[in-house]
Ligand binder design. Sequence first.
Ligand code: PLP
Length: 409
Amino acid sequence: MKVPFALPDCGKDEIQEVTEVIKSRWLTTSSRTLRFEKEFAEHIGARYCLAVNSGTAALHLGLEALGITRENKVIVPIHTFSATAEVVRYLGADPVFVDVDRSTFCITAEVIEKLLDRHGEMINDGSLKAIIPVHFGGHPCDMDGIMEVAQSSDLRVLEDAAHAFPAFCQFSSQKDASSKQRLKNRDLKMVGTIGDVTCFSFYATKPITTAEGGMLATDDDRINKRVQVMRLHGINADIWSRFSDTQADWSYDVIAPGFKYNMPDITAALGIHQLRKAEQFRKRREIIAKTYYQELANIPGLILPKIKCSIENHSWHLYVALIEPKETIDGINRDQFIQKMKEKDIGTSVHYIPLHRMTYYRKQYGLRPEMFPNSEWVFQHCVSLPIYSAMADGQVEYVVDSIREILKR
Ligand SMILES: *Cc1c(COP(=O)(O)O)cnc(C)c1O
């Protein structure tokens, strides 16, 4: 048997919709992109959703619309994919890296508070402008706490939700009411409706995919207007109809040096159908996570993810286990474990090589591993197991049996 680390889950509906786009002879941004945006906004309950051609583009446009410039600093977790930090550099601003929680791999309100206590001058001189929480692996950050710190220090919040669709954040009281009731009470909020801006990714391995793509969600009129303009060359009007509609006006104006970040219809066609299956995909991943918890419990040296949210609030994009070689029966370490999984034709991955280990960030900001003990420890021990909706029961079973065999259980 063979188990790839990740596979997209596209079916007949996607194939048919993409075929229709090709036949329509209108391949780039038009009605399907607009429909995808509208349906995505309805799904998460945000006022505006803007489709773009990558999650990175969404992060870049979001920060730009928040007014981040080269004078500014932005809080970024050290334990993330490089896109989260590079977009800060696109604008000439500087990331202020913070360590993450050892069990959720997310940043916490406490870590941000401590940073603000130590470096209050960044608040006083107005250079620190924003925080980018990453909902790592689909585990929702403690947005209740983070929003409170942000509001009290006048910081904007841009969420990197590349892993977190769909995911839910718990707010304040009534932790034991049912999810439906809590959604109604607004104690439970969907990721995409909390911070100033939320950015999703539809890269091929993400929870839903358009091959490449992203979505920016916001409730803010000004951010919506700015992103509309900046995602397409800084053009101040809707020009999609310019080429297809014979009656359309030829004139337009450029009001800013914008970017080329629009999502084409041919990829939105995938998104429309992926969106309809998103909850079902998440449920399937949750079932796989539950199987791993159940079948891989009590294996010496294997630490399963300790979550700080309820299992149904997590999007389960990643299932990150930790290998403690001192406790495994044969003293197997993470790298040996990955090698043995490879020999059994099972794909795994490491999320992530922390940014303090990347040449550019290390040199530019003088970062050392000792500055981020949790992230460094997680990096040295972590292995991501396959978890995706297209995984068959037999494949899940094969992964479980193989791990038991490798770790002698
Ligand atoms: C994938 C990813 C991104 C970037 O998304 P793209 O669509 O690939 O540009 C950003 N942040 C995190 C944490 C990611 O995993």
